[in-house]
Design a protein around this ligand. Structure first.
Ligand SMILES: [Fe+2]
Length: 366
């Protein structure tokens, strides 16, 4: 099933919760990131992979030095819309260098002070902010395990259902819906967005469903397969069927990725309920057109996100976002998910490895 979300769902900025970082607090984020970068010294391996344990230690040890107002702004979205714009991390377009053409170039350039001086410092800033919210983590099979992903349009990927696409609608989806360890919270940081390309967000807590539709969508009928950003080689283990809807403290949660769900395998009644949910998600969709320096916090248990189509330029001025996956220690998911193997995909969780107590309060409901 293809989504029918179009650009006519234009800006409804008043529906978005918005929080402002105080100017001194926003500056403190950049200053602390700069200080950590200087402490680490020039090291292309560190800046291209972000895997240096000293970097992780410094972020973990020092994010609490940020002003309380910054840490408060990074809490999970508080409204039923499930999304929050946080403004703004100060940055100057001139310090970014050209937009890379793919995540590999972004990682490489991030280690070169001549081409992309600010990218590494902004990666550190993203990690500091994400650590304020919870536990940042990555995926071994996505962007080489990098904790901060670069989202840019890439030649040859225009029509894919991945963040590297451009000319096609990126259909609304739960991030990493196929995996039981998917993020609770996504942070999208905007570096550059000259055409104000919109990120679409739809909350399951704003849709209207009949009781029978809720019941059917709460059954485990179909699997959700990994998306193309993880490649195409997966173990041939059986794909577990998972429920589309769940609950957390009696409130609806969602696990939804129609582009990677074999809907043709379901019975007509289930497909009807699924199609109705998709049309409701379209009805309640709102669009966030991020400006440079703004952050979008997306509750990945409640909200599906996508992106309207746009025409890439490939001239160094394209839209450029940084994305961080975040676990929220207080969240629980259904116990049944604990048995899923996630198609062999493993998370990269250095903050938990360093401080195991972060993980002790994470997990699934018992
Ligand atoms: Fe996504």
């Amino acid at each position: 099933m293809k989504s029918v979300l179009f650009e006519r769902n234009s800006l409804h900025p008043m529906e978005l919760e918005r929080r402002e970082l105080p100017a001194t607090g926003a500056r403190a984020v950049r200053d602390l990131a700069h200080e950590i970068a200087v402490t680490l010294g020039p090291d292309p391996a560190t800046s291209s992979t972000l895997a240096n344990p000293t970097l992780i230690h410094l972020v973990d040890a020092r994010y609490t030095e940020l002003p309380a107002a910054v840490r408060e702004a990074m809490r999970a979205p508080a409204t039923t819309a499930g999304v929050t714009i946080v403004g703004s991390v100060p940055l100057d377009d001139g310090e970014l260098g050209p937009t890379p053409i793919d995540w590999k170039q972004a990682a490489t350039w991030g280690g070169d002070p001549l081409t992309c001086a600010a990218s590494f410092e902004l990666d550190i800033a993203m990690l500091l902010l994400a650590r304020c919210a919870g536990e940042p983590f990555g995926w071994q099979g996505q962007q080489a395990g990098r904790l901060v992903n670069n989202i840019v349009p890439s030649p040859g990927h225009e029509e894919e259902q991945t963040g590297a696409s451009s000319t096609t609608l990126l259909a609304p989806h739960t991030e990493d819906a196929f995996h039981p360890e998917r993020a609770n919270l996504l942070m999208l940081g905007c570096l550059r967005n000259p055409d104000r390309v919109g990120t679409t967000v739809s909350s399951v807590r704003r849709v209207e469903l009949r009781p029978w539709q809720c019941d059917r969508l709460s059954e485990s009928i179909l699997p959700i397969l990994p998306d193309l950003s993880y490649g195409t080689e997966f173990p041939t283990t059986p794909a577990p069927a998972v429920p589309t809807l769940g609950t957390d403290d009696g409130r609806l949660t969602l696990r939804f990725d129609p582009a990677y769900t074999p809907l043709a395998d379901a019975d007509p009644e289930f497909r009807s309920a699924y199609d109705h949910l998709a049309s409701e998600l379209e009805r309640v969709c709102i669009t966030a057109a991020l400006a440079p320096g703004e952050l979008l916090l997306v509750d990945n248990d409640v909200v599906v996100h996508g992106r309207v189509p746009f025409r890439p330029r490939y001239d160094g001025t394209d839209r450029w976002l940084k994305r961080v996956n975040i676990r929220l220690p207080q969240r629980r998911r259904a116990e049944t998910e604990a048995a899923e193997d996630g198609y062999g995909q493993r998370i990269v969780a250095p903050f938990r490895a360093m401080r195991p107590e972060i993980g002790t309060t994470l997990g699934h409901r018992r």
